[in-house]
Design a protein around this ligand. Structure first.
Ligand code: ADP
Ligand code: MG
Length: 583
């Protein structure tokens, strides 16, 4: 489709066009603004790069990091130090080294984040910032004692041209970040922020997602610090205090710094508020109070100034996206499906085999000696009343409950000791009963992220259409939960796993949509070569889709076998009647 290709090329070219325009605008400012404003402009850019970094770790990946200026200090330290020893390469090379060194420091600081969350992570990172501050005051930056100034790069020696240089650095950082945000890394940050379990189930390593976020965030901090060293010549510990890191964090939350334009807005506030206070004769420390108040407002209301500005600004685009999402086709009749032959005959060695699984949560024995097999090309139903242990069984099989007893084998290979990420990569995929689909992504980015393989546009769009899902460019935040969970199924299906465990995929759908989904699931082995274990509540649906059925009740297998036998078993009917009466 040439039209789609043109649109794609335009979409890819847009950031680069913006980059060129930004550099041109920077040049324009540098020749028209007063010298004083140009100097403040450099400070805005330095702050903007640091805030962009915070946007990665806090805004995208959802973690708290209160030591961004410590990473900036690492960058400034390297630039100053390399200058003192006269390292080759000049300022630009030192700036890059500072960024890489800060990125490495970011990985070290990120290690605790693999275990800590929320307030604990905040305390650790703030403690680190405080310790680094004390150390910096003691030892000072290299060159301080001897008064060795950091020279600015050759053609950018005066303030006006250094401002242009800073704009170029900012544009390079922002463009790189834009590309990263639209890569697997960016998807993994947004995914891990929304659900660590969902990320692992998609075959992506949660630790790696967090550490790449920390590394990129800290590297941007380092570049910002290095740029500051070039601006002021001699960096001082007073520019990198924990209190300032804290204020910068608050500002990035308030501005919505994961959005590149909003990072610039945050940076303007960062420089303008103290500047205005100074002009009005108010002590600059009141700036922290202003940022604090704005931050409390942002955290308490769940919205932020940046988001408000952005939605007003982009209102028309957002309106269009909403209208697009409103077209739901989930319940559309599936004509081509009806014409398909039924699923290829199941049989052969089981793809998935589960033996003697037992799990208890304290006093509750959730599963006891459960055995189950999913043959090749089969859709196996797993039914049972609420609390029977169905979701727990899926958790055990997919590796989320490693302490369970019993064995799980995929194609005859034991899964013992393998993480959920590893199992997902080996072709054992599962979906969740709760919503674990990150709303920050587009359908396209999410499906590609989960599928973990190259997908042609036609394959992706075709499969979405087959399942009645909205088109790839739709934002997941505009899609209702029921449809989001079908998109989750599509993503895992396109990974072409050996087997998929679907935990009540139809929950949240209307009756018609329920039936339509059933018809499509019946085609999955035939169309995609994937075997399915389907957890489902609706007995009619199970009857129409599943070849064999296993019934769980109070954690034990009540019945298992071909569906007609199982569904006419009096014990099964009794368990279900009890449930119906309760409902
Ligand atoms: P189902 O999916 O069939 O509705 P579950 O597998 O969610 O059932 O739950 C089975 C039993 O295990 C229930 O009694 C539930 O309360 C208990 N259970 C599940 N997860 C936990 C947990 N993390 N901690 C304690 N009890 C749990
Ligand atoms: Mg359940």
């Amino acid at each position: 489709m040439p039209h789609a290709d043109t649109a794609r090329v335009l979409r890819l070219a847009a950031p680069f066009a913006v980059a060129v325009a930004a550099i041109a605008a920077g040049y324009g400012f540098s020749v028209t603004l007063s010298g004083y404003l140009v100097y403040l402009g450099i400070s805005v850019i330095v702050a903007c790069i640091a805030i962009l970094g915070l946007g990665v770790v806090t805004g995208s990946a959802g973690m708290i990091a209160l030591c961004q200026l410590t990473f900036a200090a690492v960058g400034a330290w390297f630039v100053s130090g390399l200058n003192v020893i006269g390292a080759p390469g000049g300022f630009v090379a030192w700036l890059a080294v500072g960024g890489v060194a800060a990125g490495a420091a970011g990985i070290l600081v990120g290690l605790p984040a693999l275990r800590l969350r929320g307030v604990n992570l905040a305390v650790v990172t703030l403690g680190l910032a405080a310790a680094a501050d004390v150390a910096l005051v003691q030892v000072q930056f290299p060159g301080t004692a001897s008064g060795t100034f950091v020279p600015r790069p050759g053609p950018f020696a005066d303030d006006r041209s250094y401002f242009v240089f800073s704009v170029i650095v900012l544009v390079a950082c922002a463009t790189t970040l834009y590309v990263l945000q639209h890569s697997r890394w960016g998807s993994s940050w947004k995914s891990v922020a929304f659900s660590e379990r969902g990320t692992a189930a998609a075959g992506t390593s949660v630790p790696r997602s967090k550490l790449t976020a920390f590394a990129v965030s800290a590297a941007l901090g380092g570049i910002s610090g290095g740029l500051l060293a070039g601006q002021v010549g001699l960096a001082l510990p007073a520019s990198f205090t924990p209190l300032q890191s804290l204020a910068l964090y608050v500002l990035s939350i308030m501005a919505g710094a994961y959005l590149i334009d909003m990072a610039l807005f945050g940076a303007l506030l960062w420089v303008a508020v103290p500047e205005l206070l100074k002009r009005w004769g108010v002590p600059q420390d009141w700036g922290f109070v202003v940022f604090g108040a704005l931050g409390v407002q942002a955290l308490a209301s769940g919205t932020n100034l940046g988001a408000v500005i952005r939605t007003t600004w982009w209102n028309r685009t957002a309106g269009r996206a909403r209208r697009q999402a409103a077209t739901r086709t989930l319940a559309a009749p599936v004509t081509d499906v009806a014409a398909q032959p039924p699923a290829a005959a199941p049989g052969g060695a089981p793809v998935l085999e589960v033996s003697n699984l037992s799990v208890s949560f304290g006093q509750v024995q959730a599963l006891r000696d459960v055995n189950l097999a999913v043959p090749q090309n089969a859709v196996v139903g797993l039914i049972g009343p609420n609390g029977a242990g169905k979701s727990t069984l899926v958790d055990v099989i997919s590796g989320f409950l490693p302490r369970a007893e019993g064995t799980v084998t995929l194609d005859g290979t034991s899964m013992a000791g393998l993480s959920p990420t590893r199992r997902a990569r080996l072709g054992l995929r599962r979906t969740f009963q709760q919503d674990r689909v990150p709303p920050g992504l587009t359908v396209d980015a999410y499906v590609r992220f989960v599928a973990r393989r190259r997908l042609s546009h036609d394959e992706l769009a075709g499969t979405l259409e087959f399942f009645g899902c909205p088109p790839p460019r739709t934002r997941l935040s505009t899609v209702d939960v029921g449809t989001r969970r079908i998109i989750e199924v599509v993503g895992h299906l396109l990974a072409r796993p050996r087997v998929m465990l679907l935990d009540e995929p139809a929950a949240g759908l209307s009756h018609d949509e329920h039936i339509a989904l059933a018809e499509r699931l019946r085609q999955v082995p035939h169309r995609f070569g994937v075997s399915v274990l389907l957890i489902e509540h609706d007995l009619d649906l199970v009857r129409s889709v599943c070849d064999t059925i296993t019934v769980l009740d109070f954690g034990e297998v009540l019945a298992a076998g071909p569906q007609e036998e199982v569904l006419s078993d009096p014990a099964v009917l009794k368990a279900y009647m009890g449930e119906t009466e309760m409902l």
